[in-house]
Design a binder for this molecule. Sequence first.
Ligand code: NAP
Length: 291
Amino acid sequence: MRIAFLGLGIMGRPMASRLVAAGHEVSVWNRSARQHVDGATTAVSPADAAKDADVVWTCVADTAAVERVVFAEDGAEQSLREGAIIVDSSTISPSATVRFAQRVNTRGVHWVDAPVTGSKIGAENGQLIFIVGGAPEPVEYLDPLFKATGKQVIHIGDTGKGQAAKLGMNLMIALIYEGFAEAFVLVRKLGVDPPKMIELIQASMVRSGVTDYKAPFVLRHDYSPNFPLRLMHKDIHLMLEMAKENRVKLPALETVDEIYELSSEEGWDDLDYAATLALLEKWAGLGGQPK
Ligand code: NAP
């Protein structure tokens, strides 16, 4: 297939590489410092990348970035042919997704929301899970592309439902990690050896995918970004916005949002969200200056 891939960040770059490796004709574009992906052509704009494409795949930071790459003057929409598909693997607003889809539908273009879970390691190893919203036909058409970049596709429902479910997933990740971080800092203050605590967690029922992924990084005090704090913070804001619009109360998440606000004020936006633990360490007098 001819694929335009827009956004070569932590997630987008390995995804685009895997599409090339699977034998697709890929044209890539990135906002800053036009980055190169081996085997792909480098486009000068989203519209240039999308020329003659069957599929335009976006993986950019947030709702405004998706709007920019699709609808700006040099956006992908300009050159899309009828029947083409836009698949969005960014995590963005479910309601904006519905609006964007309606807008491209008027030109005969399909929109599939396909945010992912699996983070940097999942993207590099082709182990992502796609959380999909959209009509059955384009979703089925995209299946070989999802298989080339991930291990599982869960078709949640119609347009926007992938994004809605993704927010639910990240809500749990933020709260599970906060629970882990608070327990970890408390027991450290009580004199428990950190590797022993991790051994206990991993042997017990509180083990989770979140502790599997993050514990080795925390033990090494390695907060290099796999999932940058600024992006989890963006997702927390989206969850709180959706909750407000839909009259849902999320008291634990509101508290966790404050931890992210304060971590952001520390200048840790570009570190991994796991660095929020360092704030608790700082308050507890246990160091807490992340590397
Ligand atoms: P990232 O490394 O920060 O990359 C973000 C990408 O978006 C870059 O290519 C950036 O371009 C581009 N971008 C930002 N603002 C833009 C704008 N206004 N116009 C055009 N392009 C813009 O982020 P990532 O980790 O790859 O995440 C991408 C998306 O996947 C996000 O929505 C994130 O929430 C979601 N996600 C991430 C993970 C993870 O673990 N990392 C997991 C699941 C989902 P520049 O290079 O020019 O800055």
